[in-house]
Design a protein around this ligand. Sequence first.
Ligand SMILES: [Zn+2]
Length: 274
Amino acid sequence: MIRIRKRATAPAMLTTLGTADRQRLEGIFAADPAACQVPRNQQLVAKPAIYGAAAVKAALAADQRGKCCYCESKFEATGFGDVEHFRPKAGVRQQPKSALEKPGYYWLAYEWSNLLYSCEICNRRHKSNWFPLLNPARRARQHDDQLWQERPLLPHPCRTDPATELTFNRHVAVEKNLSARGVACIRAYGLNRPPLRQRRYEFLETLKLIRFAASLDIDGMTPTDLRLTLTDLHMTKTEARRYVARARQVWEQAAFDAAEYAGMMRANFPHLPH
Ligand SMILES: [Zn+2]
């Protein structure tokens, strides 16, 4: 996870259709709060055609450089991607296995600041409806309650830098300074699930190879070594120089916001610019 900087202006879909539908949802709750609090309540259902509209998803994906807000994977070649609600819209759990409490934060279903772009595994298999508070008795239960009184355990990636709570030991996510928030992040988003950890391991190893390639001195090689290398790679000397330059560029940009697993790269190579 890294800090995410989203555009300040919400896509028009959210401020037009979303605002109207928020009023509809608030009206449903106001008319019969008890009915909206039963476990199987289907009264307060937000419309995916609005919060998940192509324009909304495209804006989030662009602002997050095509990466999942939690695991930082570039997954768009193999997944659709979810418009994720940081505060769950339909129901909420204080503990991962505790009962689903209704309603969720229905009034934030179309709220730009509550929306993120995530891979389906982080969202559906891991975070889902889990939204723990340090003070659960102060949880906002309806649209007139005060959100500022809540103390969420999970840091919002648009409001704080997750690096204050979370770091990496090589490819493994670890909490920083025994941070309870860091522990919660790793658990909530499944940041150490084996396939993801393996993917980060391979990524890190590849980046190290790129760093070695970046250090190659084409002009300092012996003529024999250079000839053997260029023959192996079916490459001219000019092309080899271009690859070395490209490797240096990839390495120098490996911790930029747009880079995959930038959080891991920053933790392992703090001198890299970002
Ligand atoms: Zn993810």
